[in-house]
Each structure stands twice: as C-alpha cells, then as structure tokens.
Design a protein around this ligand. Sequence first.
Ligand code: SOE
Length: 365
Amino acid sequence: MTLRIGFLGYRFMGRAHANALARLPMFFPDTPETERRILIGRDEAALDDAADRLGFTETATGWRDAIDDVDVFYNLAPNFLHAEPAIEALDAGVHVLCEKPLADSLDDAERMATAARESDATAAVAFNYRFLPAVARAKRLVEAGKLGEIRAFRGRYLQDWLVDPTAPWSWRLDADLAGSGALGDLGAHTLDLARYFVGDVTRVSGHTRTFVDERPDPEGDGTQSVTVDDATTAQLAFENGATGTVEVSRVAPGRKNDHRIELDGTEGALRWSLERPNELLVRWPDSRGFERELVTEADDPYADHWWPPGHVLGWEHAVVHENYEFLRAIAADDPYDPDFEAGLAVQRLLDAVQRAAADGGWVEP
Ligand code: SOE
C-alpha cells in the first residue's frame, strides 16, 4: 500500500515533515511507503518552487478538492486554518496530522476531537518533542518507577524573537488567528509534556503579559495590534497530587528555542533541555547529584536506526520519529498517541490558563 500524502503549508513545518518523509525509507525501512502527492497553498509561484524542493508531484490552491485525492492530510497551516480542513478530511476517512496547538479556540478543538472520534481515520497532533530519544527515555524511566512517585513538574519554553519592538507583526500575534501567543505556540508543547509525564491536571493559575502591543505591519507603513501574550506563567495542580509550574516567553533575551523540563520524584529526579537534546540529567536513588547520560546507546529509543553511540541527533529527528510512529499506526490500524484527545486536553489547559489569568484565581480545565 502506498499512502498518498497531501500537505497544507510548505514553510517551516512543511520542510520539516517533507524532510521526515524523505528520510524514512532509508532509516526506517519498515515505514509504509508514501508518495508526496499534493502540496496545497495560495501563492502559485511559491507553491511550484516549494513542490519541486519538497518532492511533491502536484500542487493545488484549494484544500477541499485536494483532500479527495490523498490518503493522509498534513495540516501545517496557521492555527485559524486547523479546524475546517481537518474535520472535512476526517469526515472523508482521510488520516490527519495537525500541527499544534490543535486549534485557535476550545470550541474548534472540541469539534475536531468529535470528528476524530466519529471517523475511522487516524488523527494525530504534532507534539514532536515526545519523539526525541532523551524525552522518550525519560518516559521509560518514569514508567519503570525509577524516580518513584512524581511530586513536581517544572517546564519552560523560552524564545527571543519578539524582544525587539520593531520585529514585524504576523498572524502569530493576533488572538483571532492564533488563539494565544507564547502560551499556545510554545506552552502547548510544555503542557503536553506535563500531561505525558505526570497525568491529568485538575486546576491551573495563570498570568499573561503583552509587553509590545503594536508592531510594524509587514505589508504597509502602519502598525497592527498585538492581541496575544508575549509571556505567560502558570501553576498546575495534577490529579495525582504533584505540583507543576510552566513559564513560556517569546521575549526572553538570548533564548533561541530553550525548552526545558524537570521532574522530581520520591526516589530521584531528571532534567532535560532542548539546547542539549541528546542529554538527560538523572539523579538516581543512590547518587549524590545529577549524572549526565548521552542518550545515543543502541538500546535507547530510535537510536539503532541512526548512527553508532555518541553520534548525536538533532531537532529534525524528532519529526522523523513522529512521522514513523504516525504512518506505522495508520498501516497497522493501531491507536496513535498523541491523538486529537491529547490535543484537546492541552487546548483545555490553554483555555484554562487564559481564564485564570483574566480572573486572577485558580480555575478547572
Ligand atoms: C515558533 O515559535 C516555533 O516554531 C513553534 O511554532 C514550534 O512549535 C516550536 O517547536 C519552535 O518554535
């Protein structure tokens, strides 16, 4: 069976997923065969050029017709364009991988999750950090009880591309188009890892701040309003009694793409940072401090598909692994995690943090 693939979007995420599809036959030969069939976008000239580079045979300027001609639809469009194409694809029995956050609003995320429940097709949300070997090994350690019971989660995801007040406006800065700012763009990943490692969250607090509320319009002389958060902090109370904190920012000088998580348990602890993606710092029950592990041994997650021990992997490998798991789940008709339920659970948390920030108290997701 060859799965015909359609992508809506061809920029950063289009390149990341096309790269993954190109790598899979060489490094993960048991992945079902795929054909990069249709690349969908609005700008015909840019689309032709992107289709050539990303290995697509056809292009289309409308997603509706294109959905009928593919088996798997990747929604890599801005957040405000997630719901309708994903729902129509699922209704037509087409498998969907949707970029995060699942939607620009909780209502849309609910509709998308309903469509996924009612469809036989697989519905995936792109929480790619789960698929880095060090993060996947951390999950194995937690599940094997190596840290004991988890008492605390600390997560932060910091970037600096909005420190400069003259950085141009984009859809990512508009609440109607993006849903939220640093919270949904970065916090969606961190909140997913919080749930992945610790479990359900029962209450959240929130504090959101916008430091620059007008930015230059990239298409004109004037400015456009910024209606999303530049930075957000939140506390989480987990069902199992653990505590959690999350901090996200796009105005943190010197932080390019700094995603970190820490877990404290009754027996040990661990720390991971995207700036050192292959390393896990583990505090074992019988060690005095944190030991540094290089997660590149043959029995580490995904490692045997690549290079000998010590030959480190990067950000893009998480996307390769994510595509591998997604396409394999489709071919085997297996459940896939993170699915639209996981996307919806994170969307509930995003919504709750925004409500808590507005109310000034703790709220339930
Ligand atoms: C931009 O802030 C961005 O590309 C996010 O949209 C991604 O989800 C994150 O992984 C890296 O930063």
